[in-house]
Design a protein around this ligand. Structure first.
Ligand SMILES: [Zn+2]
Length: 501
């Protein structure tokens, strides 16, 4: 059965790739809002006058698009958008995970040679496949966050740029080659009189910047510069301009998704993106341009807000939770000489393997016992053992609807020994609010395709955010077949039958 469905997938992907109803678009504009819920899009839609309005009015709008991986955080979300794959395949299991060999955390954007780069990303991206198919294609990415820029640029990107606060401007990594001369003058202008980074020195200055509409103007201005410096979209070799608007995440964490501040910030983003879209359309006509508008994750309502109280949300201090976990484990496997928990960042719990080994504890039994005892802590819904997640038999038959998400998000070398699923009405954070769970508030995000080859309409059937990359690949005639239950969104493509499987 599995073989038949895989074959069907390949036929579908190749069939679409070999269906040149028109020339491939010359430019893909890929926009990731860092933290935006589908609910925010729905509520704020009437007030949008910029690019988001354009996308909503004449794009293929998927109203039930979800991330299906764990945890729903920035690096994993960006990897999902650009690779169309799950963490078990692309390897980005968190923003930062525990490296068992060095017993230190490793970030998703860590590169052992260049400091920052895509070394941790284990699968090719849409941009990588684009460059493999069209040697003249240019792939550039920009964000305030290095992890977002690095994911979007992929392995073969021409440029990944992010805001380096210590240097007061946009920076890159030697991984992407020598710094371009234009970047120095661009940064000088930002710091000069009237520039968006003028007079900024202290950490507090940048904190304010992240919370202001200027964060979006920075990406807007940089994208416009990238458009001209790389002459994006001017020839038949399709280019990719991938942007991540990070400021929305800072505002969401600080004020919550239902706040006036968040609404204002997203309206500013819509306006900035609208001005940018006009600049793009001035050099790349709509018939040569395709856009994707989505988000890397949603966010939970603030538990103490009116909405949060109405929903009966609870808050747990993650530090206190870590202590509870250690205490629960010590009760059944007392080790006064050291802690059993080596690192804990939900969902990943890494146990102190050397201590456990030195005590001669039976590993599979200890894992099961630990899972059972953690389950008794308030706010915990389910605990998966690595052994279960890495097992060959399909745990989709498990009674939990989340088992498949945790299984597909599991990478044996990088994931924890135990993966914790918290309860839906619990926020494990000291921030005003946060995201990382497999629940609707974190998974349900905007997904709109717009432009060349895209059918206009509203599509209410559930889709995955990982469907977007293979769909754009099919449109571009690039080989990036769907994986892990994702699919080409044929209903959004002109020249294919508008059917929903
Ligand atoms: Zn994010």
């Amino acid at each position: 059965m599995r073989r038949i469905s895989a074959l069907f997938t390949i036929v579908l992907a190749l069939g679409l790739a070999a269906f040149p109803v028109q020339a491939a678009p010359k430019l893909v504009l890929l926009v990731v809002v860092d933290q935006m819920t589908a609910d925010q899009l729905g509520r704020l839609a009437p007030g949008f006058k910029g690019a988001v309005k354009t996308f909503l009015d004449s794009g293929a709008v998927f109203t039930e698009a979800h991330h299906r991986h764990i945890p729903t955080v920035t690096a994993v979300g960006h990897a999902a958008v650009i690779t169309g794959r799950m963490p078990g395949t692309h390897g980005i299991v968190a923003n930062e995970w525990w490296d068992r060999a060095s017993r230190k955390p490793v970030t998703a954007h860590h590169d052992s040679v260049f400091g920052i780069g895509p070394e941790q990303l284990l699968s090719y991206t849409l941009g990588d496949r684009l460059k493999a198919r069209f040697p003249g294609s240019v792939v550039v990415a920009a964000s305030l966050k290095e992890k977002a820029a690095v994911m979007l640029a992929g392995k073969k990107g021409d440029a990944a740029l992010w805001l380096d606060e210590s240097r007061g401007g946009f920076a890159s990594s030697p991984y992407y080659g020598a710094p371009k001369p234009w970047l120095a003058s661009f940064n000088e202008n930002l710091r000069g009189p009237g520039g968006l980074l003028a007079g900024m020195k202290r950490e507090r200055d940048f904190e304010k910047l992240w919370l202001s509409p200027d964060s979006h103007r920075l990406i807007e201005d940089l994208a416009r510069r990238l458009l001209s410096e790389y002459r994006l979209g001017r020839d038949a070799q399709p280019d990719l301009l991938a942007l991540s608007f990070s400021g929305a995440d800072a505002v969401g964490h600080a004020y919550g998704p239902d706040s006036r501040e968040s609404a204002e910030n997203l309206r500013a983003l819509d306006a900035a993106l609208g001005r940018l879209l006009s600049s793009v359309l001035a050099v790349v006509p709509r018939e040569d341009l395709v856009a994707l508008f989505t988000s890397d994750h949603g966010v939970m309502p603030v538990p103490e807000s009116r909405l949060g109280k109405g929903l009966g949300l609870h808050r747990v201090d993650p530090k206190k939770f870590s202590e509870q976990v250690e205490n629960a484990l010590q009760l059944i496997y007392p080790t006064p000489e050291g802690k059993l928990v080596e690192h804990l960042k939900i969902p990943h719990l890494y146990l102190n393997r050397s201590l456990i080994e030195s005590r001669g504890f039976d590993w599979p039994i200890l894992l099961k016992d630990a899972a059972r005892s953690i389950l008794s802590i308030e706010g915990v819904a389910e605990v998966y053992t690595a052994e279960k997640l890495g097992a060959t038999e399909d745990i989709r038959v498990s009674s939990s609807p989340y088992a498949h998400a945790y299984r597909a998000s599991f990478h044996p070398a990088r994931s924890g020994d135990l993966l914790i699923r918290t309860k839906e009405d619990f926020l494990f954070s000291r921030e005003e609010t946060a995201h990382s769970t497999p629940y609707r508030h974190d998974t349900h995000v905007p997904l709109i395709l717009w432009g060349a080859g895209i059918r206009s309409g509203t599509f209410p059937a559930p889709v995955r955010v990982t469907d977007a990359a293979p769909t754009l690949a099919a449109l571009l005639g690039v080989e990036l077949p769907p994986d892990n239950d994702s699919r080409v969104l044929t209903e959004a493509l002109m020249g294919t039958a508008p059917q929903v499987p």
